[in-house]
Design a protein around this ligand. Sequence first.
Ligand SMILES: [Zn+2]
Length: 147
Amino acid sequence: MHQCRSCSEPATLLCHLSRPGSTAEDYYCYIHAVEAGLIEIPIEELRPLAIQAGYSVNAVTFVIEAINASECLTNARDVCFAVLKAARKQFGASSSEAFRFWNMNDITDIGRIVVALVNTEYAPKVKHVDQKDFGRPLTLLEILELV
Ligand SMILES: [Zn+2]
């Protein structure tokens, strides 16, 4: 897992800087990528949601991106799958390291973030997801389908 150049959070953006004769790579989390003017995310609007849920703004933003990148989300299982898929794509084999850093240890953590996002404009696709599903442990078969 690469870490942000300004804080130690998992890096979600890699920026290639090339000048004649030299190239450099810089890693950014969402917050510092916004500060550097590389991406646009309403960090200040997401901060109270993240605080309410008890997670880093970066973790909440990651979940939002995972949800918004998915076609169809009808239940908690779909949301968990979307988040795992996004993690594999972003962090590869270090996905568990990134989740540990964000203090996301099981599906109830994803559930808490989704609860904070429901009824906001940031994740319209989770409107119909039943929050209670996240309180239920996944069965072995469901986990096998997810990984
Ligand atoms: Zn950072």
